[in-house]
Design a protein. Structure first.
Length: 661
């Protein structure tokens, strides 16, 4: 019987290591294949390391920011090898592998069972925060997570050996404290880990044993206190502003954002800590080192919630202490079976819920970095070859971007173009939208905050970081395409719940919905040939003449399927078709389709696709529609026509006879 149990355990362990290898290899492989630099944060690499300059420590008194170790591993690598995106992303890939190994060692020390270990190990590695960190270079949270896990390993190793004070234990203690101290210099708020964990452990030692804590704990507390004192002194002397002032999110909104992004922290860790605190207050013997881990993870998370600061990776460092805390409490002998099942089921649900979002983020960031890198090189060459008359600067208008929360995209584009040798006098980067954050616009001294209306010879640039989403049209009468990325779309940012819900709601139209919600991850530059006609009034059209180009459709199509159809359309009437390029309410003209049965009854009215701009007589545009077939078999007629919403369908020019099977 013992041999059978051992064989089963060995089998589970073997399968677990195969699972680890697959996850780590896939993540690292995906990251290492990034051969470009994205616009966010990475413009700092372009203006320093790629120009042979030192990146330097990040001291920004005007923002109150102080994390000097950020990106220094990339600086060190650039001393040894020629800087390149693959080299830098190889460093991130190595961090992922190291992270997976250290995380496993920490969880194994808690004596948790194999299945639970696999679930909790997956939470940080497959999280939204990690996906966003590994695909960007200037993100310190990935380093903090790794360093706090080293601290957790040190603590758990000493706890498992009884804190006997041997040379090896002292070495482990030194490594753990040193790792936590180093983490302070990747993000200011990392000191919260030291103060909250140290204070919790101090209380535990005093209440349980009535004795003073070890030197290791005092060192952790002292390090945190000294950093706070030093940072406070630096702020009081040099600081002139506060980065947290840029964020203006209500408590409810930020809780909703973190709930979607980090449900494990919000719905598992916080309630579990509250339950444990009730037990600890009543009986000090319940207080374990795992509770101190949960205190540290919660304190760090609450700090960001209280400050009203949100980003997809802000709570990533909390996951190290959080999963170790949950694992340890889960493995306690006193933990009941139903309690264990609830915790592991909830943790599994959180991992499954966020996994598609994490995959969408990593796919989008991967494509965006590669597309952006190729795009700016091609754009720099085009601007140099196509100067404006009288050597005036060419306006590069970022569509859908504001000079507030989108200002980093504006700064990034200018930085990349200048680094490639594009003369500063030959272009000007402008945001098309009005500012949505006056504080940021003021800090960056953005001149035009009311938005910019493009004029002739402006280059309109569509990118993935739009505050007001607007995708590049296929063909528009006012401008022609200059540059466009090879890959343009990534999977929608849907949770598992949304994927299932959208599919079950209507399987027949699911592919059409999927196509409509794909994330734009490409870049396109369109040259404005004339000023677009403004839609001054929305009134019913009297002239509904139009002409469509050839559309190739099969004579037979399957029930409930969808396909993308590109429609080339010309306004052959005498009036301007009103449109603002989006599906806004009002009497705008869109492109759609209708299915008619054998009795000439309309049985399906299709989704709308907007035309890119108001169309004057004789204007030609190309619009992509998603055609969904009827749910019943039979012979049908299909009409693809413009429609003025709330007014009328344009008359059908030529019906397509299609058999639905």
């Amino acid at each position: 019987m013992d041999n059978k149990v051992k064989h089963t355990t060995d089998l589970h362990s073997g399968l677990l290591y195969v699972f680890y290898a697959l996850v780590i290899t896939s993540l690292a492989g995906w990251v290492i294949t990034i051969n470009g630099l994205g616009p966010l944060d990475d413009h700092q690499f372009i203006s320093t390391l790629f120009q042979g300059k030192c990146f330097g420590a990040y001291f920004s008194p005007e923002l109150g920011r102080f994390f000097p170790l950020t990106a220094q591993e990339f600086v060190f690598a650039s001393w040894l090898y020629t800087p390149s995106p693959p080299l830098f992303f190889a460093i991130n890939a190595f961090k992922v592998i190291l992270l997976g190994f250290v995380l496993h060692r920490c969880l194994a020390l808690t004596k948790i069972n194999t299945l639970s270990l696999a679930v909790l190990w997956s939470l940080p590695l497959l999280s939204i925060g990690l996906a966003n960190s590994v695909c960007r270079l200037h993100v310190g949270e990935l380093n903090i997570l790794l360093l706090t896990l080293v601290m957790a390993w040190s603590t758990l190793s000493i706890e498992s050996r009884g804190d006997v004070g041997s040379t090896s234990d002292r070495f482990r203690a030194f490594v753990g404290v040193a790792a936590l101290v180093v983490a302070f210099f990747y993000k200011e708020l990392a000191f919260v880990f030291a103060l909250s964990f140290g204070a919790s452990e101090l209380v535990r030692h005093y209440r349980r044993a009535g004795k003073m804590a070890s030197i290791r704990l005092w060192a952790i507390l002292l390090a945190g206190a000294l950093y706070v004192a030093g940072y406070s002194l630096w702020r009081s002397i040099y600081c002139t502003g506060a980065y947290s002032g840029f964020h203006d999110i209500s408590l409810l909104d930020i809780l909703l954002l973190f709930s979607r992004n980090d449900p494990f922290i919000i719905f598992i860790v916080l309630p579990l800590l509250a339950l444990r605190l009730l037990l600890i207050i009543r009986n000090a013997t319940h207080h374990t080192v795992y509770d101190s881990f949960l205190v540290a993870a919660t304190a760090y998370s609450v700090a960001f919630i209280t400050l009203g600061m949100y980003n997809t990776y802000y709570l990533l460092p909390s996951y190290g202490f959080a999963v170790c805390g949950v694992a340890g409490i889960f493995a306690l002998p006193a933990a009941t079976g139903i309690y264990k099942r609830l915790v592991i089921t909830g943790s599994t649900a959180c991992c499954v819920y966020t996994l598609p979002i994490a995959f969408s983020d990593i796919q989008s960031l991967h494509e965006t970095a590669n597309n952006h890198y190729r795009f700016v090189h091609a754009l720099s060459e085009w601007v140099w070859k196509n100067p404006m008359e009288n050597r005036k600067p060419r306006h590069l208008v970022l569509v859908g971007v504001t000079p507030g929360n989108g200002v980093e995209v504006l700064v990034s584009l200018k930085t990349f173009l200048l680094s490639l040798g594009t003369p500063d006098s030959s272009f000007q980067v402008i945001a098309a939208e009005a500012t949505d954050n006056r504080k940021i616009s003021t800090f960056y001294n953005v001149g035009n905050t009311a938005g910019y209306k493009p004029v002739k010879n402006d280059l309109l640039i569509f990118n993935p970081y739009q505050n007001v989403v607007s995708r590049p049209p296929m063909l528009s009468p006012s401008y022609h395409e200059v540059l466009r990325s090879e890959s343009e779309y990534a999977l929608p940012r849907w949770s598992s719940k949304e994927w299932v819900h959208f599919y079950l709601r209507n399987p027949h139209t699911f592919s059409a919905l999927l196509s409509d919600n794909m994330r734009y991850s490409g870049y396109a530059a369109l040259l404005l040939d004339r000023s677009a006609v403004l839609t001054t009034s929305l009134v019913p059209l009297q002239s509904t003449a139009y002409q469509t180009g050839p559309i190739t459709l099969p004579s037979r199509m399957r029930v409930g399927t969808s396909r993308q159809v590109d429609v080339l359309i010309e306004n052959t009437g005498k009036e301007v078709w009103p449109s603002n390029g989006t599906l806004s309410p009002g009497m705008f003209v869109n492109i759609s389709y209708r299915w008619f049965n054998a009795d000439n009854q309309m049985i399906l009215d299709g989704d709308r696709s907007p035309i890119p701009e108001p169309m004057q007589p004789h204007d030609i545009a190309k619009v992509s529609i998603v055609l969904v077939t009827p749910k019943k078999t039979g012979k049908y007629k299909l009409l693809i026509t413009p429609v003025q919403e709330g007014v009328q369908w344009f008359p059908g020019v030529k019906p397509y006879e299609i058999e639905i099977y």
